[in-house]
Ligand binder design. Structure first.
Ligand code: GLN
Length: 487
C-alpha cells in the first residue's frame, strides 16, 4: 500500500505520469484497491464503477491539465449515465443522469476521470452526513465520530486515501466543515465562480461547487479547470479565470488579516482555540499583519441562513413529485395523494423538516415577517463583510467551533446541529469565497487525535489570495500531511 497512487496529491500523481513512473490505469487500479479495502467501514462512496473508470484511464492523455487524474464526485452532481442519488431514498437506483453537469464537462475536457459518487447528507441538508438516507459514514480519524457534512463522503475519501481529490458543494459550509473535520483542504468559491448547471439545487442563491483536496496546490488546479461563465447558468460569472496555481507564491508578507471580534468571544472549544491562536501567530511570523475587525450582524447569521435556505429548498424540492423523478407511489387516491405518498416515503426527516419550515416562512402572512426580513438581514451581513474588506485582505477564523463530534451527539437536536455552522454560513449569505486548511489536532476524550481547520475568507473573486495564504501555511507546516492513524 505504501507506494499506492491513492496516497498521492494531484500534483504528485501528475509528476509520476509525466516521468513514466506510473500510468493512469495503474493509478485507478490502486484507488479501486484502496476503496475495496477501506471503504466498507468508512462509507465514503455511495457507488463507483471500476470498469468504466479503468476504460477512461486507458484512453486518457496525461498531457492535458488533469489528464488521467481520477476525481470523486459528490452524489448530487450529474454525470451522464450514472446514478445521482443525493443520498436520498427518493432517487436511489431509480434515477440515472441524462447529462453531464458543466463542472463534469470541464473536468472531462481537462482529461480528468470522474471516479465514484460520494456519500452526503440527503440533498446536502446537514452538517454531519448522518442525514444520508442511504448509508452511514464515519470519520477516518475516529470511526465513532462524524466526518462532517454535507460533503462528508468527499472529505472522507480524500483523508483516507481512497481518492486523490473530490468535488463537494457548499451551501452553508458543506465543503469547508467536513474538510476541517477530516483534515483536508476545502474551498468554497465565490458565488458564480463555478457553474451550478447540473448540480441538484438545494438553495440556489447559496450553492457552490468546489474542491476538497490534500493540498491548496491541488485546489488551485481543480478550481482553474471548473471555474468560468456558462450560458446554461445565468448566475455563473463571466469573469476571467486565472491559472490559480500562479497565485501560490508562498509569500504573505504585508497581507492584512482580519480577526472578527464577534467570532472570538465564546463557544469555541478550547483545544480548537489554541490551534487557531497558534495558526494566527504563524501567519504573523510569515509577515502577515493581524488586525481586529468587526462583523456586527454575526449573531443573526444562523437564523437568516435557516430561513433563506429552507425557503429556497422548499421551492427547489417541489420538483420531486413522484411523476418526473424517482420514487413513485404505486397505489394512490388521485394526483394529490400520489404526490403526498411519493414524497412521504422518499424524503428523510431532515428534508421534510426543511420543506415544512421553508413553506411556512414563505406562506402568505408570514412572508414579510420571516423571508423578506431575512433578505434584509442578509444585506446587512453582506455589508459587514464589504466594510471589513475595505480594511483587510482576508478574514481568519476557526472553520468550526469544535472538532468532529460523536455520531448521534447532535442528531436529535437540530438547533445544536445548526449552531455548528456559525463560522461558515455567513460567507454563503455574502457570496464571498473561503477555504479551510488543516492547522492542528486536538486529543479527544478517548485519546484520538482530531484535526482542526483554519478558515480564510476573502472578498468576491479573491480565491487567488485565499489560496496563496493557505498554501503559504501548508508550505511552512505539515498539518495537511498528517494522516488518520490507520493509514
Ligand atoms: N449545514 C448546513 C445545512 O444543513 C449547510 C449545508 C450545506 O452547505 N450544504 O444547511
Amino acid at each position: 500500500m505504501s507506494d499506492s497512487a491513492s496516497r498521492l496529491s494531484i500534483v504528485e500523481l501528475q509528476k509520476d505520469y509525466r516521468s513514466g513512473k506510473r500510468s493512469p490505469a495503474e493509478a485507478v487500479n490502486d484507488i479501486i484497491d484502496s476503496i475495496q479495502s477501506r471503504d466498507e467501514k468508512l462509507g465514503a462512496y455511495i457507488s463507483f464503477d471500476p470498469e468504466a473508470a479503468l476504460k477512461e484511464a486507458e484512453a486518457s492523455d496525461v498531457n492535458l491539465p488533469l489528464g488521467g487524474v481520477p476525481i470523486a464526485i459528490k452524489d448530487l452532481i450529474n454525470v451522464e449515465g450514472q446514478p445521482c442519488t443525493c443520498a436520498s431514498r427518493f432517487l436511489d437506483s431509480s434515477y440515472t443522469s441524462t447529462y453531464d453537469a458543466t463542472v463534469i464537462t470541464k473536468l472531462r475536457r481537462a482529461g480528468a476521470i470522474p471516479l465514484g459518487r460520494t456519500n452526503m447528507d440527503e440533498f446536502a441538508m446537514g452538517s454531519s452526513s448522518e442525514n444520508s438516507g442511504l448509508k452511514p459514514s464515519a470519520n477516518p480519524w475516529d470511526i465513532e465520530r462524524v466526518p462532517g457534512g454535507s460533503s462528508g463522503g468527499s472529505a472522507i475519501c480524500v483523508a483516507s486515501d481512497t481518492a486523490i481529490a473530490a468535488l463537494g458543494s457548499d451551501t452553508g459550509g458543506s465543503i469547508r466543515q467536513p474538510a476541517s473535520f477530516c483534515g483536508c483542504v476545502g474551498l468554497k468559491p465565490t458565488y458564480g465562480r463555478v457553474s451550478r448547471y447540473g448540480l441538484v439545487a438545494f438553495a440556489s442563491s447559496l450553492d457552490q461547487i468546489g474542491p476538497i483536496t490534500k493540498t491548496s496546490q491541488d485546489a488551485a488546479l481543480l478550481l482553474s479547470v471548473i471555474s468560468g461563465g456558462d450560458p446554461r447558468d445565468s448566475t455563473a460569472l463571466d469573469a476571467d479565470v486565472p491559472d490559480y496555481s500562479n497565485s501560490l507564491s508562498g509569500d504573505v508578507k504585508g497581507l492584512r488579516v482580519g480577526l472578527p471580534k464577534e467570532y472570538f468571544t465564546s463557544g469555541i472549544d478550547p483545544g480548537v482555540k489554541t490551534c487557531i491562536d497558534d495558526a494566527i501567530s504563524h501567519l504573523e511570523k510569515l509577515g502577515a499583519e493581524i488586525v481586529e475587525v468587526s462583523l456586527p450582524h454575526t449573531e443573526y447569521a444562523v437564523a437568516t441562513y435557516y430561513i433563506i435556505a429552507t425557503a429556497e429548498a422548499s421551492a427547489n424540492l417541489a420538483r420531486f413529485d413522484g411523476v418526473r423523478y424517482g420514487n413513485r407511489a404505486t397505489s394512490h387516491d388521485g394526483i394529490l395523494d400520489h404526490y403526498r405518498l411519493s414524497r412521504a416515503a422518499g424524503f428523510g426527516d431532515e428534508v421534510k423538516r426543511r420543506i415544512i419550515l421553508g413553506t411556512y416562512v414563505l406562506s402568505s402572512g408570514y412572508n414579510d415577517a420571516y423571508y423578506v426580513r431575512a433578505q434584509k438581514v442578509r444585506t446587512l451581513i453582506r455589508n459587514d463583510f464589504a466594510t471589513a474588506f475595505s480594511e483587510v485582505d482576508v478574514i481568519v477564523s476557526p472553520t468550526a467551533p469544535t472538532t468532529a463530534f460523536k455520531a448521534g451527539e447532535k442528531s436529535s437536536d437540530p438547533l445544536q446541529m445548526y449552531l455548528a455552522d456559525i463560522f461558515t454560513i455567513a460567507a454563503n449569505l455574502a457570496g464571498i469565497c473561503g477555504a479551510s486548511t488543516p492547522c492542528g489536532t486536538v486529543q479527544s476524550d478517548t485519546g484520538t487525535a482530531l484535526p482542526v481547520g483554519l478558515q480564510i475568507l476573502g472578498p468576491h473573486l479573491s480565491e487567488g489570495t485565499v489560496l496563496r495564504i493557505t498554501d503559504a501555511f501548508e508550505k511552512t507546516t505539515d498539518w495537511h500531511r498528517q494522516r488518520p492513524p490507520s493509514q
